[in-house]
Design a protein around this ligand. Structure first.
Ligand code: GDP
Length: 591
């Protein structure tokens, strides 16, 4: 790519209108005007998040500005939004984790007064559910986290999720591998830890030994002078659970958990699935603002208008404040769990942001360094994607001719048409901008200047003006721009094969099955082709891999395990089918 004077603006969470205007070299009024055009009524001190800032920069046509997310905290720690003075207390978000069979489910069920234990289809659960309960008149939000992988996904997004992790340890079994995993998770997520020493009604229960076990693993009991609260309980017999809830609230109080309510709502996707007649059904956890029915929301590469909103019990809810889990319908497509959602002004902004996210996701996997404005340009060219429109202005006729001639010599692999809309001698004019507007045309200036009023006009109309003094730089820039228009190359690699031995769930877009690996390996993120008697039935994407009910990284040859898979259409999987795994990489090409 050509090295034009690219300007990098780093955004740590959000940036104020004032700061962004300064960074862009614009007046605050101009920026507020641009925001207004995009449906955002902003004041000078208003904070804009990364997505909004990138859209605005794109709208301004500032192709030489690149936004970068700046991580202020370490990758794994909670990313707290900067709170205003108006922030109000919010309920704690509590995750219950622990080794399998130590009593997580029982604990939650007893706390919530649930009679039915939801079955874990085929021993594989991958979604988080959320509940709320009231204790001493205060709300507590609980996250049920059957698979640790779900947490990994959320952590990857660097998002705030859990304030407190309740680690359940069976007093008759002590610290086990998943207990340690839970401790590590809580520590890396910067969450407060409370230990529930469970099954104290059991004969073999040994509380001091369990505490010693925990101490050896870095959790020093408060009773022994450490800083970790440990509450002996019996989830089954409902013993001492009030004390546990007291401790959760006490810890929450000490943490002074707060959130802003008068900001556009935001939060996280904690579960999503399709339902007949309803379309996408998405569980959200609100972390800021107030989510209401009728609002437009974006999550990852999808968006929608909140059509219905229910609380975790399925009762209609008009608005949801921070730390509230809700179930909404209205998303056009299924967002991924762990995706952050945000409220936006209108459908147009929602669509644009979703596209931008889609592109940056694709981009991140192609590890390319594309500016957000490039992304939008790539998206806008859906139909005439193979035409690169340019207007050439030069200081003298000779330079215009040589720029034109050299541009024509670029080998576009027969895939891209260079369309020279106009050429001319002299500075860039109003007329050039008019011609370029709305048509994705780049104005190249060679040894000419851009009068300030023209630059402003171009910025307003989203027209890219790029000036150069060295012809090779101009050509490099044109090449890079045309490369963006090339179709990506798809590279696939075979990874392994499984013989299906059990089918546990067949849904429209999801499959859960188990089997034996005949060869190679399978891991999360891989794709697979379902084959029956040499006939191709459809493609799946691996969402989680389990071995003996435990999430694992991969299964290798001869191993038996379970897979949960995402599909585009329903695949009636049967015992005996083969799944051939492969990876698919979409590679950007360059000229
Ligand atoms: P999870 O895998 O951590 O969700 O564990 P479950 O909640 O499914 O519990 C595993 C088994 O332990 C079940 O048979 C429960 O009935 C039993 N259990 C859970 N809590 C207690 C308890 O406090 N006392 C006793 N005696 N059994 C318990």
């Amino acid at each position: 790519m050509a090295e034009t004077q690219e300007k990098v603006i780093q955004i740590a969470g959000s940036i104020t209108v004032d700061e962004l205007a300064g960074a862009l070299g614009l007046s605050v009024t101009a920026l507020i005007g641009e925001l207004f055009k995009n449906g955002i009524v902003a004041t000078i001190n208003q904070r804009l998040d990364y997505e909004t800032a990138s859209i605005i920069i794109d709208e301004l046509g500032m192709k030489d500005v690149r936004l970068e997310r700046k991580n202020t905290s370490t990758q794994t720690s909670n990313e707290h939004r900067e709170l205003s003075e108006k922030a109000v207390p919010r309920p704690p978000v509590v995750a219950v984790m622990g080794h399998v069979d130590h009593g997580k489910t029982t604990l939650l069920d007893t706390l919530l007064g649930k009679k039915t234990v939801e079955s874990e289809a085929g021993g594989i659960t991958q979604h988080i559910s959320a509940y709320q309960l009231k204790h001493n008149d205060k709300l507590i939000t609980f996250l049920d986290t059957p698979g640790h992988e779900a947490f990994a996904a959320i952590r990857q997004h660097g998002a705030l999720l859990t304030d407190i992790v309740v680690i359940v340890v069976a007093a008759d079994d002590g610290v086990k591998p998943q207990t340690i995993e839970a401790i590590k998770f809580a520590q890396s997520a910067n969450a407060k830890i409370i230990v529930a020493i469970n099954k104290i009604d059991r004969e073999g229960a040994d509380i001091p030994r369990t505490m010693a076990d925990l101490a050896q693993n870095g959790l020093q009991p408060e009773e022994w002078g450490g800083d970790v609260v440990m509450v002996p309980v019996s989830a089954k017999k409902n013993e001492n659970l009030d004390k546990l809830l007291d401790m959760i609230l006490l810890t929450a109080d000490l943490e002074e958990l707060k959130a802003d309510e008068d900001i556009p709502s935001e939060g996280l996707v904690i579960e999503s699935h399709m339902e007949v007649g309803k379309g996408s059904v998405v569980n959200l956890l609100v972390t800021g603002g107030e989510l209401k029915v009728g609002e437009y929301v974006v999550a990852g590469s999808t968006y929608g208008k909140v059509r219905t909103m229910l609380d975790f019990r399925g009762k209609p809810k008009g608005k949801a404040t921070p730390s509230t889990p809700v179930i909404v319908t209205g998303f056009k497509d299924l967002p991924n769990f762990g995706d952050r959602f945000i409220e936006v002004a209108d459908e147009k902004t929602a669509r644009k942001m979703a596209l931008l996210n889609a592109q940056s996701e694709a981009d991140a996997s192609a590890s390319a360094n594309v500016t957000s404005s490039d992304l939008l340009r790539m998206m806008n060219v859906a139909d005439n994607s193979k035409v690169f429109n340019v207007i050439i202005k030069g200081d003298v006729l000779g330079s215009v001719t040589s720029v034109v001639d050299s541009l024509k010599l670029i080998d576009t692999k027969g895939e891209i048409t260079l369309n020279i809309v106009a050429t001319g001698v002299g500075d860039i004019t109003e007329n050039d901008v008019y011609m370029a507007a709305g048509d994705n045309t780049v104005i190249y200036g060679f040894n000419v200047t851009v009068p300030v009023n023209i630059a402003k006009m171009a910025a307003r109309d989203g027209v890219a003006i790029r000036t150069f003094k060295v012809i090779y730089e101009l050509l490099d820039d044109a090449k890079a721009s045309m490369s963006e228009l090339l179709d990506a190359e798809v590279v696939e690699e075979d990874m392994g094969e499984m013989k299906v031995m059990g089918v546990f769930r067949v849904e429209k877009t999801a499959l859960i099955a188990g089997g034996e690996m005949l060869k190679g390996k399978v891991s999360v993120g891989m794709r697979g082709r379902v084959i029956r008697n040499k006939k191709y039935l459809g493609e799946v994407e691996i969402e989680s891999v389990q071995k003996e009910k435990i999430d694992v990284k991969e299964l290798i040859e001869k191993e038996v395990g379970g897979l949960s898979m995402k599909t585009d259409k329903k695949i009636q999987l049967e015992v005996g089918d083969r799944i051939k795994f492969f990876t698919r990489e979409v590679k950007k090409r360059t000229l």
